[in-house]
Design a protein around this ligand. Structure first.
Ligand code: HEM
Length: 425
């Protein structure tokens, strides 16, 4: 007892000095970005500041004007061209950096062969057949949420509709007991909030607590499924434990599915509603034919305003790309949001046009071996959401200013106030 108390006392000054070092590093980095962005108009810094968060597309145009692949201040490369991004994402000479710090991100942060082994284990839960099993649940949830919203007349489309829907689906998919669903959503949101980096010491502390709580929740679930397996992904993972994956790989895998499953889809639905309300003729067309147009609208939103705006890869060996030599270990930032509006491959790329003539497949779900595992699920959720929204709330209208998320990688509104007068039942 006394020893541990002494250890705690000795540990405190060290913890404090680590916290101070961490905080000053964080604030120095923020000051660097602000001065590079606001003073020098450095596009990559602007993307991390308010103007770039509000509308990154003019910033991408500026970058594109400098060439398809431009060097960035910290010594990486930023790629705006469709073909360049697609090539990097597909090329096995690019991959994750062995030292890349993506705690809890499982195979998303790995290269083959570990990536292949773990992705294969999760795959059966995401086949079109598996996804079809969730459609009825998606519809019931969406209808319930819209009924509640219609009764209120005025609601926040993000917190009242777009966010709860994917949470229910991923909670179901992972087999989280209903009694723990709210805790699960809370821990998940704390972890997701850190994807763009830690914003303060308090934030770092909240994140550690949420990670530990979520770990306990998953470990409890593994216990349940070991005793009573079901036909769900967690039962599948515990059955493979020891043989195809180590016990230590199970929690990160579940974390990945949770994070990937909810923060992206909420933004796809919200970005779709924003796009439609800004293009009333497209909203009217969707309301006239919800079954026929929901999916094409989802695809165009994924191209025009993708929820994941960028990812990156490291050169695992020297590679020539767009006429430049990328040295081994250098990072290429693949700007998905820019590639999806590359005028070299899309006609009138800035136009939101769900009926556009076929261009190449957008890169919203990336490309190559890390191509989004949940794409069919995300597409189905968003199509159900738009179909039901258009059917039940054709008079949907914005009723206040939106607030955007304070993030660079993930794009979408945090709040989107709307009214739905004369909602149909
Ligand atoms: C609109 C919704 C979504 C978008 C825009 C999206 C986007 C992406 C992107 C861009 C990647 C590749 C990241 C990279 O290579 O660096 C990715 C990977 C992944 N996504 Fe999604 N995602 C969405 C929904 C989902 C859902 C619903 C799930 C599952 C519940 C999911 C699970 C995953 C997984 C597991 C990976 C890692 C794949 C791998 O590393 O092999 N995603 N997603």
């Amino acid at each position: 007892m006394r020893n541990s108390a002494a250890r705690r006392t000795i540990g405190r000054p060290r913890q404090l000095s680590l916290a101070v070092r961490f905080a000053s590093g964080l604030y120095r980095e923020r000051a660097r970005i602000a001065s590079a962005g606001y003073l020098w108009r450095d596009p990559m810094s602007l993307l991390k500041l308010r103007p770039g968060r509000r509308d990154p597309y003019p910033v991408y145009d500026r970058l594109r004007a400098a060439g398809p692949l431009v060097p960035t201040r910290p010594g990486s490369w930023a790629c705006t061209s469709y073909h360049g991004c697609d090539a990097v994402l597909r090329d096995r000479r690019f991959g994750r950096h062995p030292a890349e710090d993506r705690p809890g991100m499982s195979f998303l942060g790995m290269n083959p062969p570990d990536h292949t082994r773990l992705r294969r284990l999760a795959q059966p839960a995401f086949t079109p057949k598996a996804v079809a099993r969730y459609t009825a649940r998606m519809e019931r949830t969406a209808v319930g949420l819209l009924d509640e919203a219609a009764a209120a007349g005025r609601f926040d489309l993000v917190t009242g509709f777009a966010a709860p829907l994917p949470i229910v689906v991923i909670t179901d998919l992972l087999g989280i007991p209903d009694s723990r669903a709210a805790d699960f959503a809370r821990y998940g949101q704390a972890i997701i909030g850190s994807l763009d980096g830690i914003k303060s010491v308090r934030h770092a502390r909240q994140l550690l607590t949420a990670r530990a709580d979520l770990r306990r929740l998953f470990e409890h679930l593994f216990e349940l499924r070991r005793r009573e397996p079901r036909d769900d992904i967690v039962s599948h993972l515990v059955a493979a434990e020891g043989d195809q994956l180590t016990p230590g790989e199970m929690v990160p895998m579940c974390n990945l599915l949770l994070v990937a499953g909810f923060e992206t889809t909420v933004n796809l639905i919200s970005n779709a509603v924003l796009a439609l309300l800004a293009h009333p003729e497209q909203w009217r067309a969707l309301c006239a034919d919800p079954d026929g147009l929901a999916s094409p609208v989802v695809e165009e939103v994924l191209r025009w305003d993708p929820p994941v705006q960028r990812t990156s890869r490291f050169a695992l060996e020297p590679v020539e790309l767009e006429g430049q030599l990328i040295r081994q270990g250098q990072q290429v930032i693949t700007l998905i949001g820019a590639a999806n509006r590359d005028p070299a491959v899309y006609q009138a790329p800035d136009a939101f046009d769900p009926a556009r003539a076929a261009g190449p497949p957008h890169l919203a779900f990336a490309s190559g071996i890390h191509y989004c595992l949940g794409h069919a699920l995300a597409r189905a959720e968003a199509a159900v959401a738009l179909r039901l929204l258009a059917t039940r709330m054709p008079a949907l209208a914005r009723s206040g200013p939106i607030r955007r998320r304070n993030t660079t990688i993930i794009r979408g509104p945090l709040h989107l106030p709307v009214t739905a007068p004369a909602a149909l039942r």
